[in-house]
Design a protein around this ligand. Structure first.
Ligand SMILES: [Zn+2]
Length: 430
Protein backbone atom coordinates (compact mmCIF):
# COMPACT_ATOMS: atom_id res chain seq x y z
CA UNK A 1 0.00 0.00 0.00
CA UNK A 2 1.25 3.46 -0.90
CA UNK A 3 1.47 6.19 1.70
CA UNK A 4 -1.56 8.35 0.92
CA UNK A 5 -1.71 12.15 1.25
CA UNK A 6 -4.38 11.75 3.95
CA UNK A 7 -2.14 9.42 5.95
CA UNK A 8 0.79 11.82 5.57
CA UNK A 9 -1.31 14.62 7.07
CA UNK A 10 -2.43 12.38 9.94
CA UNK A 11 1.16 11.54 10.77
CA UNK A 12 2.13 15.22 10.66
CA UNK A 13 -0.77 16.11 12.94
CA UNK A 14 0.24 13.33 15.28
CA UNK A 15 3.79 14.75 15.46
CA UNK A 16 2.35 18.20 16.19
CA UNK A 17 0.31 16.72 19.05
CA UNK A 18 3.49 15.17 20.43
CA UNK A 19 5.26 18.52 20.17
CA UNK A 20 2.63 20.15 22.38
CA UNK A 21 3.64 17.78 25.20
CA UNK A 22 7.28 18.98 25.17
CA UNK A 23 8.87 19.80 28.49
CA UNK A 24 11.70 22.33 28.89
CA UNK A 25 14.65 21.37 31.09
CA UNK A 26 15.25 24.95 32.27
CA UNK A 27 13.63 28.39 32.10
CA UNK A 28 14.97 29.29 28.64
CA UNK A 29 12.78 29.19 25.52
CA UNK A 30 13.27 25.83 23.89
CA UNK A 31 11.49 24.55 20.82
CA UNK A 32 8.57 22.18 21.16
CA UNK A 33 9.31 19.17 19.02
CA UNK A 34 7.36 16.04 18.31
CA UNK A 35 8.41 13.03 16.26
CA UNK A 36 6.72 9.96 14.84
CA UNK A 37 8.28 6.83 13.40
CA UNK A 38 6.08 4.99 10.90
CA UNK A 39 6.54 2.08 8.56
CA UNK A 40 6.51 2.51 4.76
CA UNK A 41 2.72 2.34 4.63
CA UNK A 42 2.37 4.98 7.32
CA UNK A 43 1.49 2.77 10.31
CA UNK A 44 2.63 4.57 13.45
CA UNK A 45 5.34 2.61 15.32
CA UNK A 46 6.76 4.96 17.97
CA UNK A 47 6.19 8.56 19.05
CA UNK A 48 8.32 10.90 21.15
CA UNK A 49 8.59 14.52 22.20
CA UNK A 50 11.34 16.79 23.38
CA UNK A 51 12.16 16.43 27.07
CA UNK A 52 9.89 13.39 27.46
CA UNK A 53 12.23 11.82 29.99
CA UNK A 54 12.77 14.96 32.03
CA UNK A 55 16.14 15.84 30.51
CA UNK A 56 16.67 18.08 27.49
CA UNK A 57 16.85 15.14 25.10
CA UNK A 58 15.80 15.85 21.53
CA UNK A 59 12.66 14.19 20.19
CA UNK A 60 14.45 12.31 17.39
CA UNK A 61 17.02 10.92 19.84
CA UNK A 62 14.29 9.72 22.19
CA UNK A 63 12.33 8.28 19.29
CA UNK A 64 15.26 6.15 18.14
CA UNK A 65 16.00 5.12 21.75
CA UNK A 66 12.40 4.03 22.28
CA UNK A 67 12.44 2.13 18.99
CA UNK A 68 15.60 0.30 20.06
CA UNK A 69 14.08 -0.59 23.45
CA UNK A 70 11.08 -2.10 21.72
CA UNK A 71 13.18 -4.00 19.20
CA UNK A 72 11.95 -1.94 16.24
CA UNK A 73 14.43 -1.52 13.39
CA UNK A 74 13.95 1.91 11.76
CA UNK A 75 15.49 0.67 8.48
CA UNK A 76 13.30 1.73 5.56
CA UNK A 77 10.94 3.64 7.88
CA UNK A 78 9.42 7.10 7.73
CA UNK A 79 10.29 9.81 10.23
CA UNK A 80 7.90 12.71 10.75
CA UNK A 81 9.33 15.51 12.87
CA UNK A 82 8.02 19.02 13.54
CA UNK A 83 11.45 20.73 13.60
CA UNK A 84 14.44 20.35 11.31
CA UNK A 85 16.89 17.87 12.89
CA UNK A 86 19.93 19.43 14.54
CA UNK A 87 23.40 19.33 12.98
CA UNK A 88 25.52 20.53 15.90
CA UNK A 89 25.32 19.64 19.57
CA UNK A 90 27.35 20.08 22.71
CA UNK A 91 30.60 18.12 23.17
CA UNK A 92 30.16 14.36 23.24
CA UNK A 93 26.65 14.47 21.77
CA UNK A 94 25.75 13.20 18.32
CA UNK A 95 23.54 15.54 16.26
CA UNK A 96 20.12 14.15 15.33
CA UNK A 97 20.74 14.58 11.58
CA UNK A 98 23.70 12.19 11.91
CA UNK A 99 21.66 9.68 13.93
CA UNK A 100 18.86 9.74 11.36
CA UNK A 101 21.31 9.30 8.50
CA UNK A 102 22.83 6.27 10.19
CA UNK A 103 19.49 4.75 11.21
CA UNK A 104 18.48 3.58 7.74
CA UNK A 105 15.37 5.76 7.77
CA UNK A 106 14.36 6.26 4.12
CA UNK A 107 11.95 9.15 4.18
CA UNK A 108 11.69 12.24 6.39
CA UNK A 109 8.93 14.84 6.68
CA UNK A 110 10.08 18.07 8.33
CA UNK A 111 7.81 20.77 9.73
CA UNK A 112 9.50 24.04 10.62
CA UNK A 113 13.11 24.71 9.71
CA UNK A 114 15.39 25.49 12.66
CA UNK A 115 15.72 29.30 12.84
CA UNK A 116 19.07 28.89 14.59
CA UNK A 117 21.59 30.14 11.94
CA UNK A 118 24.20 27.36 12.36
CA UNK A 119 21.48 24.76 11.75
CA UNK A 120 19.00 26.53 9.44
CA UNK A 121 18.71 24.52 6.23
CA UNK A 122 21.70 22.34 7.02
CA UNK A 123 19.77 19.60 8.77
CA UNK A 124 17.57 19.23 5.72
CA UNK A 125 20.55 19.35 3.35
CA UNK A 126 22.50 16.69 5.25
CA UNK A 127 19.58 14.28 4.95
CA UNK A 128 19.11 14.97 1.25
CA UNK A 129 22.76 14.39 0.56
CA UNK A 130 22.42 11.03 2.26
CA UNK A 131 19.78 10.22 -0.38
CA UNK A 132 16.97 10.30 2.12
CA UNK A 133 13.73 11.53 0.55
CA UNK A 134 12.97 14.74 2.42
CA UNK A 135 9.68 16.56 2.20
CA UNK A 136 8.22 19.45 4.13
CA UNK A 137 4.89 19.74 5.89
CA UNK A 138 2.36 21.82 3.94
CA UNK A 139 2.47 25.56 4.62
CA UNK A 140 -0.60 25.71 6.86
CA UNK A 141 0.87 23.11 9.23
CA UNK A 142 4.26 24.86 9.26
CA UNK A 143 2.42 28.04 10.29
CA UNK A 144 0.75 26.15 13.12
CA UNK A 145 4.12 24.86 14.36
CA UNK A 146 5.65 28.32 14.11
CA UNK A 147 2.78 29.74 16.13
CA UNK A 148 3.40 27.15 18.84
CA UNK A 149 7.10 28.09 18.82
CA UNK A 150 6.81 31.87 18.53
CA UNK A 151 8.96 32.60 21.60
CA UNK A 152 11.68 30.22 20.51
CA UNK A 153 11.74 31.72 16.99
CA UNK A 154 12.02 35.25 18.39
CA UNK A 155 15.41 34.35 19.86
CA UNK A 156 16.93 34.34 16.40
CA UNK A 157 17.48 37.03 13.84
CA UNK A 158 16.47 36.49 10.24
CA UNK A 159 18.93 34.88 7.90
CA UNK A 160 20.77 37.35 5.69
CA UNK A 161 22.41 37.02 2.31
CA UNK A 162 25.84 38.63 1.95
CA UNK A 163 25.73 42.09 0.36
CA UNK A 164 27.86 40.73 -2.48
CA UNK A 165 25.13 38.27 -3.45
CA UNK A 166 23.69 38.63 -6.95
CA UNK A 167 20.24 38.57 -5.39
CA UNK A 168 21.04 41.62 -3.27
CA UNK A 169 23.15 43.44 -5.87
CA UNK A 170 20.82 43.25 -8.87
CA UNK A 171 17.23 44.10 -8.00
CA UNK A 172 14.82 43.78 -10.87
CA UNK A 173 12.59 46.61 -9.63
CA UNK A 174 15.54 48.96 -9.22
CA UNK A 175 16.88 48.28 -12.72
CA UNK A 176 13.39 48.75 -14.16
CA UNK A 177 13.04 52.12 -12.40
CA UNK A 178 16.43 53.19 -13.69
CA UNK A 179 15.56 52.18 -17.28
CA UNK A 180 12.20 53.96 -17.19
CA UNK A 181 13.93 57.14 -16.00
CA UNK A 182 16.44 56.86 -18.85
CA UNK A 183 13.58 56.92 -21.33
CA UNK A 184 12.50 60.34 -20.03
CA UNK A 185 9.80 59.50 -17.51
CA UNK A 186 9.76 60.81 -14.00
CA UNK A 187 8.97 57.85 -11.80
CA UNK A 188 8.46 58.18 -8.11
CA UNK A 189 7.33 56.35 -5.03
CA UNK A 190 7.15 52.79 -6.37
CA UNK A 191 6.33 50.67 -3.34
CA UNK A 192 8.76 47.79 -2.92
CA UNK A 193 6.03 45.25 -2.68
CA UNK A 194 6.46 41.58 -3.39
CA UNK A 195 3.28 41.34 -5.41
CA UNK A 196 3.86 44.40 -7.57
CA UNK A 197 3.27 43.73 -11.28
CA UNK A 198 4.50 45.63 -14.32
CA UNK A 199 0.95 46.90 -14.78
CA UNK A 200 1.08 48.40 -11.27
CA UNK A 201 4.31 50.25 -12.07
CA UNK A 202 2.43 52.22 -14.75
CA UNK A 203 0.56 54.03 -12.01
CA UNK A 204 3.78 55.54 -10.72
CA UNK A 205 5.01 56.89 -14.05
CA UNK A 206 4.66 60.63 -14.50
CA UNK A 207 1.18 61.48 -15.73
CA UNK A 208 2.42 64.85 -17.01
CA UNK A 209 4.82 63.35 -19.55
CA UNK A 210 4.33 64.32 -23.20
CA UNK A 211 1.66 62.34 -25.04
CA UNK A 212 4.18 60.87 -27.50
CA UNK A 213 6.11 59.41 -24.57
CA UNK A 214 3.00 58.21 -22.76
CA UNK A 215 1.87 56.29 -25.82
CA UNK A 216 5.08 54.28 -25.71
CA UNK A 217 4.84 53.56 -21.98
CA UNK A 218 3.75 49.95 -22.41
CA UNK A 219 6.76 49.14 -24.59
CA UNK A 220 9.12 51.14 -22.40
CA UNK A 221 8.03 49.11 -19.37
CA UNK A 222 8.40 45.78 -21.17
CA UNK A 223 11.83 46.68 -22.47
CA UNK A 224 12.90 47.89 -19.04
CA UNK A 225 11.90 44.60 -17.49
CA UNK A 226 13.60 42.59 -20.24
CA UNK A 227 16.78 44.60 -19.74
CA UNK A 228 16.63 44.01 -15.97
CA UNK A 229 16.36 40.25 -16.45
CA UNK A 230 19.18 40.27 -18.99
CA UNK A 231 21.39 42.16 -16.57
CA UNK A 232 20.63 39.71 -13.80
CA UNK A 233 20.60 36.42 -15.72
CA UNK A 234 22.59 36.73 -18.97
CA UNK A 235 25.75 35.60 -17.23
CA UNK A 236 24.02 33.67 -14.51
CA UNK A 237 25.85 30.69 -13.08
CA UNK A 238 24.87 28.21 -10.42
CA UNK A 239 27.27 29.73 -7.92
CA UNK A 240 24.44 30.64 -5.54
CA UNK A 241 21.93 28.22 -6.97
CA UNK A 242 21.23 24.79 -5.54
CA UNK A 243 21.01 23.42 -9.08
CA UNK A 244 24.78 23.79 -9.09
CA UNK A 245 24.90 20.78 -6.79
CA UNK A 246 24.46 18.39 -9.69
CA UNK A 247 21.78 16.26 -11.20
CA UNK A 248 19.59 15.99 -8.13
CA UNK A 249 17.07 18.63 -9.20
CA UNK A 250 16.88 17.20 -12.75
CA UNK A 251 16.03 13.84 -11.23
CA UNK A 252 13.37 15.51 -9.12
CA UNK A 253 11.78 16.92 -12.26
CA UNK A 254 12.04 13.62 -14.10
CA UNK A 255 10.45 11.79 -11.15
CA UNK A 256 7.62 14.30 -11.15
CA UNK A 257 7.08 13.88 -14.88
CA UNK A 258 7.00 10.10 -14.39
CA UNK A 259 4.37 10.45 -11.67
CA UNK A 260 2.39 12.67 -14.06
CA UNK A 261 2.45 9.91 -16.71
CA UNK A 262 4.94 11.78 -18.85
CA UNK A 263 8.02 9.57 -18.54
CA UNK A 264 8.51 9.90 -22.30
CA UNK A 265 8.27 13.71 -22.18
CA UNK A 266 11.09 14.06 -24.73
CA UNK A 267 8.68 12.80 -27.40
CA UNK A 268 6.00 15.36 -26.56
CA UNK A 269 5.47 19.01 -27.46
CA UNK A 270 7.06 20.91 -24.59
CA UNK A 271 7.28 24.61 -23.86
CA UNK A 272 9.74 26.02 -21.31
CA UNK A 273 8.82 29.53 -20.19
CA UNK A 274 11.52 31.66 -18.59
CA UNK A 275 14.46 29.59 -19.83
CA UNK A 276 16.94 32.38 -18.96
CA UNK A 277 20.35 31.66 -20.44
CA UNK A 278 19.60 27.96 -20.80
CA UNK A 279 21.73 26.58 -17.98
CA UNK A 280 18.96 24.18 -17.00
CA UNK A 281 18.78 22.61 -20.47
CA UNK A 282 21.54 19.98 -20.60
CA UNK A 283 20.32 16.50 -19.74
CA UNK A 284 16.81 17.75 -19.15
CA UNK A 285 15.56 19.62 -22.21
CA UNK A 286 18.16 18.91 -24.89
CA UNK A 287 16.62 15.66 -26.09
CA UNK A 288 13.09 17.02 -26.47
CA UNK A 289 12.09 16.79 -30.15
CA UNK A 290 9.44 19.52 -30.24
CA UNK A 291 10.67 22.13 -27.81
CA UNK A 292 9.71 25.80 -27.60
CA UNK A 293 11.75 28.07 -25.35
CA UNK A 294 10.56 31.43 -24.15
CA UNK A 295 12.14 34.32 -22.31
CA UNK A 296 11.77 38.10 -22.26
CA UNK A 297 15.50 38.75 -22.00
CA UNK A 298 17.02 38.86 -25.50
CA UNK A 299 20.70 38.31 -24.72
CA UNK A 300 19.93 35.48 -22.29
CA UNK A 301 17.66 33.84 -24.84
CA UNK A 302 20.41 33.97 -27.49
CA UNK A 303 22.68 32.03 -25.17
CA UNK A 304 19.93 29.51 -24.51
CA UNK A 305 19.40 29.12 -28.26
CA UNK A 306 23.05 28.11 -28.68
CA UNK A 307 22.56 25.34 -26.11
CA UNK A 308 19.29 24.22 -27.74
CA UNK A 309 19.87 24.74 -31.49
CA UNK A 310 16.77 22.83 -32.65
CA UNK A 311 14.29 24.57 -30.34
CA UNK A 312 11.75 27.11 -31.49
CA UNK A 313 12.78 30.43 -29.95
CA UNK A 314 10.15 32.91 -28.81
CA UNK A 315 11.08 36.18 -27.17
CA UNK A 316 8.00 36.91 -25.14
CA UNK A 317 6.57 37.48 -21.71
CA UNK A 318 5.13 34.63 -19.68
CA UNK A 319 2.02 36.78 -19.26
CA UNK A 320 1.39 37.06 -23.01
CA UNK A 321 2.54 34.13 -25.11
CA UNK A 322 0.91 35.68 -28.17
CA UNK A 323 2.90 33.74 -30.79
CA UNK A 324 2.14 30.36 -29.28
CA UNK A 325 -1.02 28.74 -30.59
CA UNK A 326 -3.80 27.85 -28.13
CA UNK A 327 -3.84 24.20 -27.07
CA UNK A 328 -0.60 23.52 -28.93
CA UNK A 329 1.52 22.12 -26.07
CA UNK A 330 1.50 18.78 -24.25
CA UNK A 331 3.65 20.00 -21.38
CA UNK A 332 4.18 23.51 -20.05
CA UNK A 333 7.28 23.93 -17.89
CA UNK A 334 8.48 27.00 -16.04
CA UNK A 335 11.20 26.74 -13.47
CA UNK A 336 11.92 29.51 -10.95
CA UNK A 337 10.19 32.21 -12.93
CA UNK A 338 6.92 32.62 -11.07
CA UNK A 339 8.59 34.16 -8.00
CA UNK A 340 10.19 36.90 -10.13
CA UNK A 341 9.71 40.57 -9.32
CA UNK A 342 7.09 42.44 -11.36
CA UNK A 343 5.58 39.13 -12.45
CA UNK A 344 1.84 38.69 -12.87
CA UNK A 345 1.22 35.10 -11.73
CA UNK A 346 -2.49 35.14 -12.44
CA UNK A 347 -1.97 36.26 -16.02
CA UNK A 348 0.92 33.81 -16.54
CA UNK A 349 -1.26 30.90 -15.42
CA UNK A 350 -4.05 32.09 -17.71
CA UNK A 351 -1.56 31.85 -20.60
CA UNK A 352 -0.24 28.48 -19.40
CA UNK A 353 -3.82 27.25 -19.46
CA UNK A 354 -4.37 28.66 -22.94
CA UNK A 355 -1.33 27.16 -24.66
CA UNK A 356 -1.63 23.73 -23.03
CA UNK A 357 -3.88 21.18 -24.72
CA UNK A 358 -6.73 19.51 -22.85
CA UNK A 359 -5.22 16.78 -20.69
CA UNK A 360 -1.81 18.43 -20.95
CA UNK A 361 0.47 19.07 -17.97
CA UNK A 362 1.53 22.31 -16.34
CA UNK A 363 4.57 22.06 -14.07
CA UNK A 364 6.03 25.20 -12.56
CA UNK A 365 8.40 25.82 -9.70
CA UNK A 366 9.34 28.67 -7.40
CA UNK A 367 12.81 28.81 -5.96
CA UNK A 368 13.01 27.91 -2.31
CA UNK A 369 16.34 29.40 -1.37
CA UNK A 370 19.97 30.05 -2.14
CA UNK A 371 23.25 28.32 -1.92
CA UNK A 372 25.31 30.14 0.69
CA UNK A 373 29.03 30.76 0.24
CA UNK A 374 29.83 27.78 2.47
CA UNK A 375 27.69 25.46 0.36
CA UNK A 376 24.83 25.39 2.86
CA UNK A 377 21.31 25.93 1.68
CA UNK A 378 19.67 29.18 2.85
CA UNK A 379 15.93 28.60 2.45
CA UNK A 380 13.59 31.47 1.61
CA UNK A 381 13.25 34.55 -0.58
CA UNK A 382 15.01 37.89 -0.12
CA UNK A 383 12.78 40.68 1.13
CA UNK A 384 12.49 43.67 -1.19
CA UNK A 385 15.10 46.38 -0.38
CA UNK A 386 16.99 44.26 2.13
CA UNK A 387 19.22 41.25 2.43
CA UNK A 388 16.85 39.52 4.87
CA UNK A 389 15.64 36.11 3.80
CA UNK A 390 12.01 35.24 4.56
CA UNK A 391 11.74 31.47 4.82
CA UNK A 392 7.95 31.29 4.56
CA UNK A 393 7.56 33.26 1.38
CA UNK A 394 8.25 30.37 -1.05
CA UNK A 395 5.55 28.25 0.62
CA UNK A 396 3.05 31.10 0.51
CA UNK A 397 3.77 31.56 -3.19
CA UNK A 398 3.42 27.85 -3.90
CA UNK A 399 0.07 27.89 -2.14
CA UNK A 400 -1.06 30.91 -4.17
CA UNK A 401 -0.11 29.15 -7.44
CA UNK A 402 -1.83 25.95 -6.33
CA UNK A 403 -5.01 27.91 -5.66
CA UNK A 404 -4.79 29.65 -9.03
CA UNK A 405 -4.36 26.33 -10.86
CA UNK A 406 -7.46 25.06 -9.06
CA UNK A 407 -9.38 28.19 -10.09
CA UNK A 408 -8.56 27.36 -13.70
CA UNK A 409 -9.96 23.90 -12.98
CA UNK A 410 -6.71 22.04 -13.44
CA UNK A 411 -7.02 18.46 -12.20
CA UNK A 412 -4.75 16.56 -9.82
CA UNK A 413 -3.22 19.82 -8.62
CA UNK A 414 -0.35 19.19 -6.23
CA UNK A 415 2.68 20.69 -4.55
CA UNK A 416 5.99 18.96 -3.92
CA UNK A 417 9.04 20.34 -2.17
CA UNK A 418 12.31 19.66 -3.95
CA UNK A 419 15.86 20.24 -2.79
CA UNK A 420 15.96 23.87 -3.88
CA UNK A 421 12.53 24.70 -5.18
CA UNK A 422 8.86 23.97 -4.71
CA UNK A 423 7.01 22.35 -7.61
CA UNK A 424 3.36 22.99 -8.34
CA UNK A 425 1.58 20.95 -11.00
CA UNK A 426 -1.73 20.04 -12.51
CA UNK A 427 -3.39 18.65 -15.59
CA UNK A 428 -5.59 20.75 -17.82
CA UNK A 429 -9.16 19.51 -17.66
CA UNK A 430 -10.39 17.63 -20.71
ZN1 LIG B 1 18.60 17.10 17.73
Amino acid sequence: MELTDERKLELMQSAIKQAALSRAEDSRDHPRVGAVLADKEGRELVTAYRGERGTGDHAEFLLLEKAKERGIDPFGCILVVTLEPCTTRGPGKVPCATRIRESGIERVFIGMLDPNPPILGRGETILRWADIAVERFPGFLIKEIERDNARFIQRFKHAHLPESSRYVQTRITEVVTEEIRKSGFIIEGIPMDWDLTLEDVKEFCDAGAPESLRMRLGDILKNARAEAFDRKYENYTYEEDVRGLGLRWRNEIRDLLVSLDAAEYTRRRVIDVGIGNGLEAPRLLDSIRALTIVDIAERSLKRAARILPTARIVQSEAESLGDIESGSQDIYLSFRTYQSSLFDRGQAIREAHRVTRQGGIVLVSVSNGFLGRDGAFVPGHVLPRSSIVDRNRPFELAEEIRRKLSLFRFEGVGVRTGSGEIFIYGRRAR
